[in-house]
Design a protein around this ligand. Structure first.
Ligand SMILES: NC(=O)C1=CN([C@@H]2O[C@H](COP(=O)(O)OP(=O)(O)OC[C@H]3O[C@@H](n4cnc5c(N)ncnc54)[C@H](OP(=O)(O)O)[C@@H]3O)[C@@H](O)[C@H]2O)[C@@H](O)CC1
Ligand SMILES: [K+]
Length: 512
């Protein structure tokens, strides 16, 4: 699903109005009707007080139009207009008049007013600012936002939490509404997924307001939200008349004394995504534990006991995952450096592989084309330097990916895969996956997919989704705390099966 920026949304709005020959206020009415049916289907006429805080632009207009629907359906409402500017939008004024025609007079709030009392069981509709926010709110508006946040009432934000910019991080978090739920129009907003801005909302949902499909389809975006519809077409089916040689030979290079487990996890994940053969290249000390615990996995060893000093591959290797648990011994650095000189095979680089690259930046130019790098935030910082905020981080990551022709997988609550100027934002996963070895599993998954001929970018996008789905199945069976790297691996099979379930008319998923 595409993620549009504010300019693209305004353009879609304009295009829709022209193509469908409707007025802008008709589009606002559509939006208000969608919000009303969402609210009404949940409240069913309940006697709960609803406070609508409305700005004076189109976000406020949505709120005012919603107020009319609520009052016509018998809800107890209080409308507070947040009078932060004299410049009212046309459609705000049209809807204000319609409300007044129904004898409902909003209360106008300004810099020297007292803020309304809000009961903790009331409901708040936040329609102060939408995507038009372009500067920090004035002090009194910021205080009002603080008052709303402190109320403990349920906050439903229209389109975006008020005070949240779409293209930068507010330097004052107290100026942003903390929404329990956001009803956003047509497409998700990038800010829902970044750690510094996503914290202002618990949940979001989309309302289709019928923006022109042709415009949405044709418009190229910088970011895409990756769910099942996006990953399914990437899947490569297994063929009946095939043998293990058709599914590649993945090699996991890594491990050091005390960290052989990382290789074990990555190699098992590799197998579980269907790699035909899996070999590990590890220091001697890992030979017996790996060979005895994982019969399907082949083991090659370094001549050193505790670390890697010279990397050697089986002759028919097709993809490499390098770095997990590898350590940064100087002989390992030298081995990795000459390995990069000699190997142009598809490669996933993680953990100490990334740390070595960060410490020896000249090695970056030796990476094979479209290497997949899977840094967590600290590793990313070592690679691309410090960033000012999450938007700057994405900019720097895109520039790095372009400079070195690599695919960056920025691990986090919403892992973002970056390549060719575009960001692919993963939709699934859960906090239970913040656990030892979870990243090693991801490295194994992506390596195993590349070994089977998935193009590296697709392997990264598909692999991240599969990893998240396995983690979600794992947490649904175990709870967040008991999710481990091994339970994620154990659920990879179920995750594949889940991919091919389709929704039945009753909304229950069935195998396809
Ligand atoms: N296609 C869609 O998705 C549809 C979207 N719709 C809705 O429209 C919303 C966008 O509406 P909007 O453009 O009128 O902007 P909004 O956020 O209401 O701000 C109003 C004005 O405030 C101003 N301003 C900015 N910052 C300020 C500040 N700190 N302090 C004081 N003033 C400030 C600034 O004007 P300025 O003063 O800069 O001229 C700005 O224009 C969108 O989120 C959705 O809810 C639907 O109606 C239907 C279709
Ligand atoms: K809002």
């Amino acid at each position: 699903m595409k993620i549009f920026n504010a300019q693209q949304i305004y353009a879609a709005d304009k295009f829709t109005i022209e193509k469908q020959a409707i007025t802008s206020d008709a589009l606002m009415e559509r939006a208000a009707e969608r919000i009303f049916s969402w609210v009404h289907s949940r409240l069913q006429g309940a006697k709960v007080k609803i406070h609508l805080f409305c700005g004076i632009g189109n976000n406020g207009g949505d709120g005012i139009a919603l107020a009319r629907h609520l009052v016509e359906n018998g809800y107890e409402i209080a409308v507070h207009v947040v009078n932060y500017s004299d410049k009212r939008s046309k459609d705000f004024l049209i809807n204000l008049d319609r409300l007044k025609e129904r004898k409902l007079w909003p209360e106008f709030l300004d810099s020297d007013c007292e803020f309304p009392e809000i009961g903790h069981e009331d409901i708040i509709i936040d329609a102060i600012f939408g995507i038009g926010l372009n500067r920090a709110p004035e002090d009194w508006v910021a205080k009002l936002i603080g008052h709303i946040n402190d109320s403990a009432a349920f906050i439903l934000s229209i389109d975006v939490p008020s005070g949240l910019f779409l293209d930068k991080v507010s330097d004052k978090p107290e100026q942003v509404i903390r929404a329990n739920h956001v009803l956003s129009f047509q497409a998700p907003k990038l800010v829902f997924f970044l750690p510094e801005t996503g914290v202002f909302l618990n949940q979001w949902e989309l309302l289709d307001i019928g923006l022109d499909q042709e415009y949405l389809y044709k418009t190229e975006t910088d970011f895409e939200f990756i769910g099942k519809p996006e990953v399914l077409p990437l899947y490569i089916p297994r063929l009946k008349f095939s043998h293990k040689g058709n599914y590649g030979h993945a090699v996991i290079v890594g491990g050091s004394y005390g960290k052989i487990g990382a290789v074990n996890l990555a190699a098992r994940a590799c197998l579980k995504v269907g790699s035909g053969l899996v070999t590990t290249f590890i220091p001697e000390c890992g030979y017996i534990p790996l060979q005895t615990s994982e019969p399907e996995i082949m083991v090659l060893t370094d001549e050193e006991e505790d670390f890697i000093s010279k990397i050697e591959l089986p002759s028919n290797a097709s993809a490499i995952g390098v770095g997990v648990g590898m350590g940064t011994h100087e002989q390992t650095v030298a081995a990795f450096s000459s390995f990069l000189n000699d190997t142009k095979m598809p490669m996933v680089i993680d953990a100490d592989g990334l740390n070595i690259l960060a410490e020896n930046k000249r090695l970056l130019n030796k990476m094979p084309q479209q290497a997949v790098l899977t840094p967590h935030p600290k590793e990313l910082e070592r690679l691309i330097g410090k960033w000012e905020d999450d938007f700057d981080k994405l900019k720097k990551a895109k520039a790095f990916s372009k400079k070195y022709d690599c695919i960056l997988v920025l691990k986090g609550a919403h892992t973002i895969t970056i390549y060719d100027g575009k960001g692919y934002i993963n939709s699934n996963g859960n906090p239970g996956m913040a656990t030892a070895g979870s990243g090693d599993v991801l490295t194994g998954i992506i390596t195993g997919l590349i070994a089977q001929n998935y193009p590296p970018l697709y392997a990264a996008i598909f692999g991240v989704y599969l990893h998240g789905l396995s983690g979600d199945i794992s947490s649904s069976e175990n709870g967040y705390e008991a999710v481990t790297a091994s339970t994620i691996i154990a659920n990879i099979g179920k995750a594949f099966m889940e991919l091919f379930k389709r929704a039945s008319p009753e909304g229950q998923e069935q195998p396809q």
